[in-house]
Design a protein around this ligand. Structure first.
Ligand code: DGJ
Length: 720
């Protein structure tokens, strides 16, 4: 890793593990020359092919383009001056190199633990007329092919500036025929993989919901045509933010692609007073010449080890049982304890009490905001219940939805102005609830007070932090008219501040974020909470797609995956317990059903699953993922997890529907050491080269919903 600078030529060469990123100051503008496979530091970088024939702004590949002076493509930023004009011109001022990676105040971001892990280049640009300065931040990591980019906009003039647009990054590349790869979906159908040519007009991925959302994940990749899991160039862009976002690829008339990511400019503005600055969230850009698989593994490692934080970052996660699908809102303490007791007998480690324990909450129409235990349901309070659970040998976890308020709640009756709203307008309900105005310090303080009191008095080992609606009427009673356009982002910053405070003060608690399943499965959340509930859809067949898609960016340790009852509550499908277990064991494992209802035979199967997962979870949660067969392309799915030293691996294979008269299945494995022999459980001992090139053969038996988990170990017992 290094940042090489040729001051005379104005050349900046950022080198990561196997990646280079090159820029040059041309006519005062930072121009993009190259991003791809690592180039030599001592090579000649003059006259790079990226430089256009004509040096007009509309053709110049730029790093942070402006609007209004001849570049008609999408700008990276736009600022309105006091005189009403919206034209600025940023000119290169200088640079500095910062060892390691500076924190982005108030925002989630990747980090370096030591200064020699990463290096950051800050390039400063200024508009002489308005006093606007912009610092472009680029961090390269020594052991990664990721580059983190963000921008800080500073008002160093004397008039006030209004930011109309402040994206995190912009890059112009010569790849007009590449394909956009992204994740789209809905509630219960999250992270479905999409792939199509960017095409003229471009591709636009965004959210206007005040949250990242189920519909589109804040992620976009551009893949070379034909690039697959293992081969071909892929450029990934992942946005570390949980609110309104925009990720777009625009193809211009000169066949260049401009890729931009940042806070969605839609319904955004921000007043920047003299002396103030605005820090954008960061975009993590990954280059891979090993296809989508290479890109995913780069994201997984960086996000698992340098985005997630806290004591659980490097620890395997407990196997839990959650009562939601077992009881919904109707439970008694004894019922919960009976589920926990059954769990204890099967080896489960954590019991999670989901929604319905507080206020008068017997359905989803009431009590959010009243974080006081419902003694009708739990006469001995949370303390009493937790004690009974702990006595069984299980840890105790609890569900909360801190960002919300029910109109039917003591909190709302006392503070009707504490929700996001616009005076005189309707307050749109969703799931009979409103969103608390987290831009307000008094609201945050109140919620902090209620939750921290519980976390202090009850032995809570785990918190499921839910968030069950999009934002509407985004306005704040506490903000002046000219700042109402800031509220969506200020709300997000407030949510982050509350999360920082609570996760920081209770480091022993394992936090899992959730948003009606995967409605906020984004890197911003992972900074505070190292795992996310992936989807309310727990059907094993549906989960193959959801988990496969989610794995494009996010590591298995983050992917909450539970076995639930059949017929499945979301789609009514019946799948075998074995397959439900095998699918859930491909992520962060747990159960979400009434364990007391299992037959003895089923209990034996659960016991087996729990014991198996305990022995394989370090490989799943901390290993490297290789995707073999895609559920989006057919009837089969397969993936592997391989330890970093390649001494152990796990193969997961699923076949959804049986087919007649099938030949033996031949599956070529990935990620193994070709020089080593592997003991393949149930098959024999084979060379890594043979397993990867000739493959492993097995007969799929008749019957739908077949699944297989095979463990591989270095036959010599070697540890790399
Ligand atoms: C939505 C979550 O995704 C579910 O798992 C459950 O916690 C419910 N909310 C509870 O209301």
């Amino acid at each position: 890793m290094a940042i090489h600078i040729d001051e005379r030529a104005g050349l900046f060469h950022l080198q990561g593990k196997d990646v280079s990123y090159v820029m040059q100051v041309v006519d005062g503008y930072p121009v993009h020359l190259y991003w791809g496979k690592k180039l030599r530091a001592d090579g000649n970088l003059q006259d790079m092919p990226g430089l256009p024939k004509h040096r007009n702004l509309d053709q110049m590949p730029q790093e942070y383009p402006q609007y209004g002076s001849g570049d008609f493509r999408s700008p990276a930023y736009q600022v309105e001056l006091e005189d009403g004009s919206r034209i600025t011109e940023l000119v290169y001022q200088g640079y500095r190199i910062i060892p390691g990676k500076p924190r982005l105040e108030g925002l989630p971001a990747t980090y370096a633990e030591a200064d020699d892990e990463a290096e950051t280049l800050e390039i400063t640009l200024a508009d002489a007329y308005s006093g606007l300065r912009v610092a472009l931040l680029y961090t390269v990591f020594k052991d990664s092919n990721a580059i983190a980019r963000s921008a800080r906009l500073i008002n160093s003039g004397s008039g006030r500036l209004k930011l109309l647009r402040a994206l995190s990054m912009s890059v112009d590349m010569d790849i007009p025929d590449y394909e956009a790869v992204y994740l789209a979906g809905a509630w219960g159908r999250e992270a479905h993989l999409q792939r199509r040519p960017i095409g003229p007009g471009g591709t636009r991925i965004e959210s206007r919901r005040g949250m990242s959302g189920h519909q589109l994940n804040p992620f976009l990749a551009l893949a070379e045509p034909g690039a697959d899991e293992d081969r071909g160039e892929v450029y990934g862009f992942s946005f570390v933010y949980s609110g309104n976002f925009l990720a777009q690829a625009e193809v211009d008339s000169m066949r260049k692609v401009r890729v931009q990511v940042g806070i969605n400019p839609f319904d955004f503005c921000w007043l920047l007073m003299p002396g103030e600055s605005f820090q954008t969230p960061e975009t993590v850009m990954v280059y891979s010449d090993n296809g989508l698989g290479g890109m995913s593994r780069t994201y997984h490692k960086l996000y698992r080890t340098r985005l997630c934080r806290g004591v659980y970052r490097d620890q395997v996660r407990p196997i839990l049982v959650n009562n939601w699908e077992a009881t919904y809102f109707q439970f008694t303490a004894d019922k919960l304890v009976s589920i926990a007791k059954a769990g204890a007998e099967l080896g489960i480690e954590l019991f999670v009490l989901d929604d319905g324990w507080f206020g008068k909450r017997n359905d989803d129409t009431t009590s959010l905001g009243d974080w006081v235990v419902n003694r009708d349901k739990l006469p001995d309070g949370l303390e009493g219940l937790a004690e009974r659970i702990n006595r069984l040998g299980l840890k105790f976890g609890i569900w909360v939805e801190p960002e919300m308020v029910s109109p039917d709640s003591d909190l709302y009756r006392a503070h009707p102005d504490w929700c996001l709203h616009v005076e005189g307008r309707r307050r749109t309900l969703a799931r009979t609830q409103l969103v608390l105005d987290m831009s307000r310090p008094d609201v945050r303080e109140h919620i902090y007070g209620m939750l921290s009191a519980i976390f202090r008095s009850v032995p809570v080992a785990y918190v499921k932090w839910d968030m069950n609606r999009s934002l509407t009427e985004i306005g704040s009673a506490a903000a002046p008219p000219e700042r109402q356009g800031e509220i969506a982002h200020r709300h997000m910053l407030g949510v982050y501040e509350l999360m920082e405070r609570l996760t920081g003060e209770f480091p022993h608690i394992l936090f899992e974020s959730c948003s009606s399943g995967g409605g906020r499965f984004d890197p911003g959340m992972l900074y505070y909470m190292p795992q996310t509930w992936t989807s309310d859809n727990t059907d094993a067949v549906e989960r193959l797609k959801i988990q496969y898609g989610t794995s494009l960016v996010y590591p298995a340790s983050a992917i909450g995956a539970h076995v639930s009852a059949v017929p499945n509550h979301q789609v009514g499908r019946v799948t075998p317990l074995k397959m439900r277990g095998d699918v859930a064991m491909s992520g962060n494992f747990g159960y979400e059903l009434d364990l007391t209802k299992f037959t003895d035979e089923e209990k034996e199967e659960v016991k087996r699953q729990v014991a198996l997962y305990k022995s394989i979870r370090p490989i799943v949660q901390q290993g490297e993922l290789y995707r073999l067969l895609s559920p989006f392309e057919g009837n089969e799915t397969a993936w592997m997890f391989v330890t970093e030293d390649r001494s152990e691996a796990l193969l997961f294979y699923f076949k959804v529907l049986a087919e007649p008269h099938m030949p033996k299945k031949r599956l070529r494995l990935k990620g193994l050491d070709p020089q080593r022999d592997y003991a393949v459980e149930g098959f024999g001992t084979f060379g890594g080269d043979r397993l990867m090139h000739a493959g492993l053969a097995f007969q799929v038996p008749p019957g739908d919903h077949f699944s297989l988990v095979v463990r591989l170990r270095d036959a010599a017992g070697g540890k790399g």
